[in-house]
Design a protein. Structure first.
Lengths: 111, 728
């Protein structure tokens, strides 16, 4: 899985490209730890995420926890249908703000 | 890691362990001596700790697979250093827990006459498997012969959730099948037939008012294990109910919308968490009397190959005792098996926040290894006194298939409740109008003190129907079982059902019969929900669910699905049930712990008093088909009265009402003899009876009144006469 970070106005947008599973979870989590600022707004763009397993979901939840601790605001954008289903069925959707597009997510986080 | 990671600021030193590195290689994999406890596969830093035990095996091998591949990728014999006593424990490093499946080979003797059936050729599932793969999609044959396990994560964001610990007298149990509840296309959920789908139905459960769901087996089982087909259609039959457990620690993958992502544990935990948020307890129906391995002809899946003589009750010749009716009987009072059962229940309570358990064929749990009945069964005592299980509801199905019937005599340790089969039989006979049944009905109505002397009524789980048997709709529509589609020439299923079709077998256009059936259904539900003890409903009975006369629907994957269009079509019945549940919640008099103390001479109302055609005069003659009772509760100065009269006679009968308490008037909650919507009133808005001295009961009907403050002293408010109650 590839991660790419860029700034969109004041929002740190991180795009996750590929499969987030037990094989990639370790390095993705380490990279996110570095990329996510202690404060400010972070949007995870999942439009290119092909698959997310249990381990992958745990990464998202750990990121959520980290942001809750540090005070960063976190949202997800462009969540693929299957990932959205998994988040819904396991109840984890309620932890995240989800936007249909990166622009919407940026707007919500900036407001 | 030098960051002293996290807000807690704990010293980095503690984050590292001295024993976190492998010490050797086995089959190319870095390993280290593992920890025997906890049993099972546990994710540890850098690897997985595998711990499995067998007192009679001579060696053990861990077998690793990639998902879907038939050949193993590695076989790791446990080295001698990885064995303590009969426990084999090894940490294997560098495993990707999501892409590794595992099983075991156990070496040992094959000599059935001595009880041993070891077979190196079999790959075994371990008893503590938390996830069992291969059954992710319900109804699809498994790709591999053996049932493989997978390690999983055990952390979950529970927030502050805990088991609810509702007082037993306050619960209304709703028995349901996870798949059957939402699989029907009418269910309108996003995830039909799954834990997530059930979670979506919480608003319905809340509205109905039930506060405890009892889930038919959710431990992993193989729905494709039934070899029979439907003789009428040729279609294959299933094990739909799932009373043949493969894995006692694994939630059934085929019940999870997310099992393809390996998240059945998380999905089920979310179900429990959301139920708790809605004030609803979750009780599991658990099967510890037998396993899916069947008799000596059956497959060797797990226990048989790991330690047959420990896990199963065997005859002196090494054959299987069959007290369960399924070919084998788990050896529950063997100390190893007892430990296993306790570990299992503790797991479900601590990891899944389960509120209670209903034990299938629980009488078996009181049998010794030779099948004889124990006076003081160690397993039952352990469960009753375990600190982790202390607040759990423990409910026994207090009989077995070996002829043991322990309703009223199941060793309870003042903790266990029982499915009261005698309640079911008594209420069915009374409703049918059988001779000499009112007296027993009276006893059942107040918690069966004849069976549970010295205990509270919550020892009795009252029910009219359960998954096993007719639905309530069918109980009043069929005299006989109609199980031809089960493929056993209609020989299976209970033969004596105390059912009555009201005049014609099966569906009918006869308006009179249909009206009578509707009334009988309401009579049954109203009696159940006004009885002392713990009432249990079966999902769908509140909406008239039918199985077309099949009273043993274990093998049908569609017949017992809940058709949600019934909720609309039979909205009057759903409303009736909802109101009756709300009425129960609103009236402590119905949930009292007494069974009829008189308080004579104290000026206090008895908590139960019996009446008849005349107030304060019950007639217990065998031919009398009338039962009338007044319930009273006085808690913290708040008094509560409920009057109930049930007429099981086919013609109407009059009852003289006991004088209402001073300043109060009898108000009509329900009269099943009245046509909807006047058959029931919203609790708290019951209209006063015009005639406070007597009421007329329609043939085969039940009347429930409650005392509410009268608008004018001594006189009921001048409201219009409530329909039904005072008209003859």
């Amino acid at each position: 899985m590839q991660l790419e970070k860029h700034m969109h106005e004041n929002v740190t947008v991180i795009a996750l490209d590929g499969s987030l599973d037990s094989g990639t979870a370790g390095h993705v989590q380490q990279e996110l730890n570095v990329m996510i600022p202690d404060q400010g707004q972070v949007l995870l763009d999942l439009s290119q995420m092909s698959y997310m397993s249990s381990a992958g979901l745990r990464v998202l939840l750990l990121v959520y926890r980290q942001s809750a601790r540090t005070g960063a605001r976190l949202a997800l954008a462009c969540v693929p249908d299957e990932v959205q289903s998994v988040l819904a069925a396991t109840g984890f959707l309620s932890f995240f703000h989800v936007s249909a597009t990166v622009e919407d997510g940026v707007a919500v986080l900036s407001s | 890691m030098s960051e002293a990671s996290g807000a807690a600021g704990s010293p980095a030193l503690l984050a590292e362990r001295l024993d976190a590195d492998p010490t050797r290689r086995v089959a190319g994999y870095p390993v280290r001596t593992g920890r025997p406890l906890p049993f099972g596969a546990t994710v540890v830093p850098g690897g997985v700790n595998f711990s499995v035990y067998s007192n009679h095996a001579t060696a053990m091998t861990l077998v690793l697979f990639r998902p879907g591949e038939s050949e193993p990728i590695a076989e790791l014999p446990f080295p001698p250093s990885c064995r303590i006593g009969g426990v084999y424990a090894m940490i294997v490093y560098g495993l990707d827990v999501e892409t590794i499946e595992y099983g075991y080979r156990a070496d040992g003797a094959f000599c059935p006459e001595q009880g041993h059936r070891f077979d190196r050729g079999q790959i075994l599932t371990e008893p503590y498997a938390k996830k069992i793969t291969g059954g992710e999609t319900w109804g699809e044959p498994r790709a591999t012969r053996e049932y493989r396990a997978q390690a999983g994560y055990d952390d979950f964001e529970w927030e502050d959730d805990q088991p609810l610990n509702l007082p037993p007298e306050d619960i209304v149990v709703y028995e349901l099948h996870v798949r059957g509840f939402t699989r029907h296309s009418s269910s309108a959920v996003s995830f039909p037939g799954t834990f997530a789908g059930l979670t979506e139905k919480i608003p319905y459960l809340r509205q109905l008012g039930v506060n405890c769901i009892e889930l038919m087996p959710i431990f992993e089982f193989d729905e494709m294990s039934n070899p029979r087909s439907n003789p009428e259609t040729g279609e294959r039959l299933h094990d739909f109910w799932g009373y043949n457990p493969l894995g006692f620690f694994a939630p059934k993958a085929g019940y999870a919308a997310t099992s393809r992502q390996g998240m059945q544990i998380e999905e089920f935990k979310n179900l429990v968490k959301q139920m708790h948020r809605a004030g609803i307890e979750v009780v599991l129906d658990v099967v510890f009397n037998h396993t899916a391995e069947g008799n000596e002809q059956g497959p060797s899946i797990s226990f048989r190959g790991l330690d047959n003589s420990t896990y199963y009750m065997l005859t002196p010749d090494g054959d299987y005792y069959n007290f369960s009716g399924t070919g084998n009987t788990l050896n529950c009072n063997h100390s190893v098996v007892r430990g296993f059962v306790l570990d299992c229940l503790r797991y479900w309570v601590t990891e899944f926040h389960i509120d209670g358990f209903r034990f299938d064929l629980a009488a078996i749990l009181g049998r010794a290894p030779d099948g004889s009945l124990l006076a003081n069964p160690p397993l039952l005592e352990s469960l009753a006194q375990d600190p982790i299980l202390r607040d759990c509801k423990l409910i026994a199905e207090a009989w077995d298939a070996g002829g043991l019937y322990q309703v009223g005599s199941f060793p309870s340790y003042a903790r266990w409740s029982e499915w009261n089969g005698r309640y079911r039989d008594a209420i069915r006979r009374f409703l049918k109008g059988d001779e000499d049944t009112a007296g027993e009905m009276a006893v059942r109505l107040v918690g069966s003190p004849d069976l549970y002397e010295g205990r509270t009524p919550t020892a009795s789980v009252n029910f009219i129907t359960a998954h096993d048997g007719f639905t309530l709709h069918d109980l009043v529509a069929y005299n006989d079982r109609h199980n031809e589609a089960n493929g056993e020439d209609n020989r299976d299923g209970e033969q004596s059902n105390n059912s009555w079709n009201c005049g014609q077998e099966g569906p009918t256009d006869d308006a009179g019969i249909r009206a009578l059936r509707d009334r009988q259904v309401r009579n049954a539900l109203l009696l159940l929900l006004t009885s002392r003890g713990i009432p249990m409903l079966v999902a769908g009975d509140e909406a008239g669910r039918t199985q077309h006369g099949n009273n043993n629907a274990y093998c049908h994957d569609e017949l017992s699905w809940f058709d949600w269009s019934l909720v609309q079509r039979n909205h009057g019945l759903v409303r009736f049930v909802r109101s009756a549940i709300a009425f129960r919640h609103a009236h402590p008099a119905l949930r009292g712990s007494g069974c009829g103390e008189s308080h004579a001479g104290t000026g206090r109302y008895p908590d139960v008093s019996w009446h008849g055609a005349q107030a304060w005069e019950a007639d217990w003659s065998p031919h009398v088909k009338l039962l009338a009772a007044m319930f009273h509760a006085d808690s913290d100065g708040t008094q509560d009265w409920v009057y109930l009269a049930a007429n099981a006679y086919w013609e109407s009968q009059d009852v003289a009402l006991p004088e209402p308490p001073a300043g109060m008037a009898w108000c009509l909650f329900a009269d099943t003899g009245a046509a909807a919507p006047d058959d029931v009133h919203e609790p708290g808005q019951e209209p006063p009876l015009a005639d406070q001295t007597r009421a007329s009961l329609h043939g085969r009907s039940v009347l429930v009144l409650t005392a509410r403050p009268a608008a004018e002293p001594g006189m009921p408010p001048g409201a219009a006469a409530p329909p039904g109650a005072s008209e003859t």
